[in-house]
Design a protein. Structure first.
Length: 124
């Protein structure tokens, strides 16, 4: 079994808190980013307007994807901190085996051990 020391858990907790702060700030910055208005030159014609609209739509699509990703990771981090508070952190909920410390160091919000993660299709 993969024994975790209090120091290991403290370092993992600190990493999760860092990630939480980072994702919250990321979401704040994404929310504060005002989409650039579509610039239409006075004599640019309809084609230029459509190109500007397309670029604005692409920027909004990227912004929405970044927001969704940051929210998903933030939710995973919050869930990991809750598991830590409940004493269930680092234990796979499917097989009830330990999640290797080496994996938790890389992905501290990990929910599943490697075998169960693979069985689920590599999703955390």
């Amino acid at each position: 079994m993969d024994a975790r020391t209090p120091e290991d858990l403290a370092a993992l907790r600190a990493s999760l808190h860092e990630q939480r702060l980072f994702r919250r700030e990321q979401l704040r910055q994404i929310g504060a980013a005002v989409p650039a208005p579509a610039h239409r030159p006075p004599h640019g014609g309809e084609a230029d307007g459509r190109a500007a609209d397309g670029r604005a739509a692409a920027r909004e699509e990227v912004r929405a994807a970044l927001t969704a990703s940051a929210r998903m990771v933030l939710a995973d981090v919050e869930a990991a901190l809750e598991r830590m508070r409940q004493g269930r952190y680092g234990i796979c909920p499917l097989c009830h085996g330990p999640i290797p410390l080496t994996h938790l160091v890389v992905v501290p919000q990990a929910r599943y051990c490697g075998r169960c993660r693979q069985a689920r299709g590599a999703g955390e």
